[in-house]
Structure formats: structure tokens, C-alpha cells
Design a protein around this ligand. Structure first.
Ligand code: C5P
Length: 222
């Protein structure tokens, strides 16, 4: 049972949310009377094996968010230009964790059971990601022309939290790379097997005003 009780979480919330056009950073946008960030913290606080949470927020909002989160057991760091940079900013505040989860604040409704599933799978894997099957056919397109259609059975849409042995994630996060869109991508490039577990339809990422409307409707149904 090495490290099963020492799992930290980096909650990346430093995106601008320009596609949401809400006028405030996306993680601070409210749905159902709570910010996306707070919804994430509400769920994560029910996951007992998460022993430290580092929230990474836009530098310009560091004081405001720190004040808003006062009284909750979280550390707050200033984010960077890309998600990848923000994850590294979160590392700096993690103390002694043997496992690290990286979670998008833009996915406020990931159920606790997905967090549990990822942590469980870390017992015998170095890297774990939650994913759901894709329903659309996905094509690779260049200059407006299809160049390839991957077999759909082999495709999944990847969510967060993504889980890693701390040493594996730290070693993989080496230098700035503008192409990196998730943490598993770095670990894959290092030749390490990334295990896939079931995500959840509720793990969808809020990106556009449409997604926010869906989130509001979902909460009203509860
Ligand atoms: O931009 P995207 O939707 O991929 O962002 C995913 C997550 O990464 C969001 O929770 C966002 O706040 C975070 N992010 C960040 N720092 C950035 C860009 C995105 O923490 N510079």
C-alpha cells in the first residue's frame, strides 16, 4: 500500500475562458450559484484520499481567489500562459505527495467516483486517465480536406482528473512545449504506459456558453 494515502491534487483554473466570453476567468464563472472552481472543490473535498489541493489561478486574480477560498484547506498558486505552465506552477507548492492528480476546473461535475477510480488504478499503474467513448466519427483534416479517418472503436475522449506517480509526472514535465494539451501526453512521450479507466458523461469540459447552459440545466434537474 505504498503512497495510497498521500495523494495531492493540482486544480488548474488559470485559463482566461476567452471562448466563454463571460468577462471573468472561466473558473470563476458561476453556475447554480457556485463558481466552477468551487464545484470542483466541493467534490474533491469528499474524496478522503486527497490530502493536499493546490489551486492554480490567473496571476491577476491571485489575491481575490485566495480571499474567496480562505477557510478552505487549499494552497493557491499563480498560473502561467498555457495549461502546461500552470501545472508546473502547481507542482512548486506540493509537499511530499507520492501521487498527484491534475484536474481541470473547467470540469466541475466530474463525480467523486471517477476520482476514486483514478486513485485506485494508481496502485498498479504509473499514469491513469479517465475517458469516455467518442460518439462522433473523428477525422484528421488539413487545409479543409480529410487526410485520415481513425477507426472510432479505438478512440476515446479524455477527461480529468489524470493521475500520476509524483516522480513520473515531475520527470515528464521537463521544459516548455506549446503542443502539450494534457499531462498524459508528456508521460506517453517518455515511453510510460498510461492506463485508461472509465470517465463520466458528467465530466464534460465547459468551454462555450452552450456548455454553461447545459451545466445549468443539469443542475436544475438534480
Ligand atoms: O483551455 P482549456 O479548456 O484546455 O483549459 C483546461 C483547464 O486548464 C482549465 O481548467 C483552465 O483553467 C486551465 N488552464 C490553466 N492555465 C492556462 C490555460 C488553461 O490553468 N494558461
Amino acid at each position: 500500500e505504498t503512497g495510497a494515502s498521500v495523494t495531492a491534487m493540482i486544480l488548474v483554473a488559470a485559463g482566461s475562458g476567452s471562448r466563454l466570453a463571460a468577462g471573468v476567468p472561466k473558473a470563476l464563472v458561476e453556475v447554480g450559484g457556485r463558481s466552477l472552481l468551487q464545484h470542483c472543490l466541493d467534490t474533491a473535498s469528499t474524496v478522503e484520499r486527497i490530502t493536499q489541493i493546490v489551486v492554480v489561478v490567473p496571476a491577476a486574480h491571485l489575491r481575490e481567489v485566495s480571499a474567496a477560498l480562505a477557510g478552505q484547506a487549499v494552497d493557491v498558486a499563480a498560473g502561467g500562459d498555457t495549461r502546461d505552465d500552470s501545472v508546473r506552477a502547481g507542482f512548486a507548492l506540493i509537499t511530499g505527495a507520492e501521487q498527484i492528480l491534475v484536474h481541470d476546473a473547467a470540469r466541475p461535475f466530474v463525480p467523486a467516483e471517477v476520482f476514486e477510480r483514478v486513485i485506485d488504478a494508481l496502485t498498479d499503474s504509473e499514469a491513469v486517465i479517465p475517458a469516455v467513448p467518442v460518439v462522433d466519427t473523428i477525422k484528421r483534416v488539413r487545409d479543409g480536406v480529410v487526410i485520415d479517418t481513425p477507426v472510432r472503436d479505438e478512440l476515446v475522449a479524455v477527461q480529468t482528473p489524470q493521475g500520476f506517480r509524483a516522480a513520473t509526472l515531475r520527470a515528464a514535465h521537463d521544459g516548455h512545449d506549446p503542443q502539450v494539451t494534457d499531462d498524459a501526453m508528456r508521460v506517453e512521450r517518455a515511453g510510460i504506459a498510461v492506463r485508461v479507466v472509465a470517465g463520466s458523461p458528467q465530466g464534460f469540459k465547459i468551454t462555450t456558453p452552450f456548455d454553461l447552459a447545459v451545466a445549468g440545466a443539469m443542475l436544475e434537474e438534480r
